[in-house]
Design a protein around this ligand. Sequence first.
Ligand SMILES: [Zn+2]
Ligand SMILES: [Zn+2]
Length: 315
Amino acid sequence: MSELRYHPFLDTWVITATHRQDRTFHPPADYCPLCPTKPGGFPTEIPLPEYDIVVFENKFPSLSPNPPEPAVSGTDLVPIRPSHGVCEVVCYSQNHHATFATLPDEQVRKLTRVWRDRYVDLSTRNGIEYVFIFENKGKEIGVTLSHPHGQIYAYPFVPPVLATELASERRYQAEHGRSLWSDWLAEEMAGPRVVAESETFVAVVPKFARYPYEIWVVAKGDLPTLASMSDEQLDDLAAMLLKVTRGYDRLFGFSLPYIMSMHQHASSRFHVEFYPPYRTADKLKYLAGSEAGAGAFINDTLPEDSAARLRECMS
Ligand SMILES: [Zn+2]
Ligand SMILES: [Zn+2]
């Protein structure tokens, strides 16, 4: 079962996806569904003996192009819709032991082209309101497959974080006649929280960071989406994302888990937000009462101090 249920208090949609619970296959112990299928071996999701980068639709999707009829009917107060959309998996490499940060530079450049292709395809489909490219990395984030991969969700609605972001941009533009992104970036680039800069992008720990080592990679100019980027700009993006993730791995001396969220919209500014779950080398930041119950983040580090440490890791 999978459907969208409207949350009338938070004015958004909740995706129910109960079929994710009953996965009924029992692979061998060392089985990785994202590795290539070895000749004569147990079949994986990818029926090829080797591959470069692979994108496929998730076998247990929360959103699908032909969604089932909802299990219960909606009301005016709590409408229910079929969970129309797309969920894709992007395997970055056939090398099971790689991570994004350890991929060869050329592989990440290729990956940016794959992202752009998928963005263009999915964002022009009927009924799709937001295409979200992301990566959950590490068991601390709840990832069960260590094979290097990311995901793409094409939603039939604008998810709440993005809706708030876009509304704030529109309000600022209406009130000031200028772009919130340009004004904010001008402030940040004159300040102590920039950790890296290239021709097209800047990496910064935002003044308002919610996570201890949060980094935003932001387009310096008016680039709304991957679709608006040239090959040179995609190469620059690949280099910047590698600089950030390789710097993260030097921070505590281990491969740092993170959530990578790529935000883009035709009326916005392309940026990638990274949220690592660690406060120190051995302490995790949990989303507890204030964060989960009230939506108010408590960051117990100073973004200026985090930026200074991260800058060292990236130089
Ligand atoms: Zn694997
Ligand atoms: Zn954002």
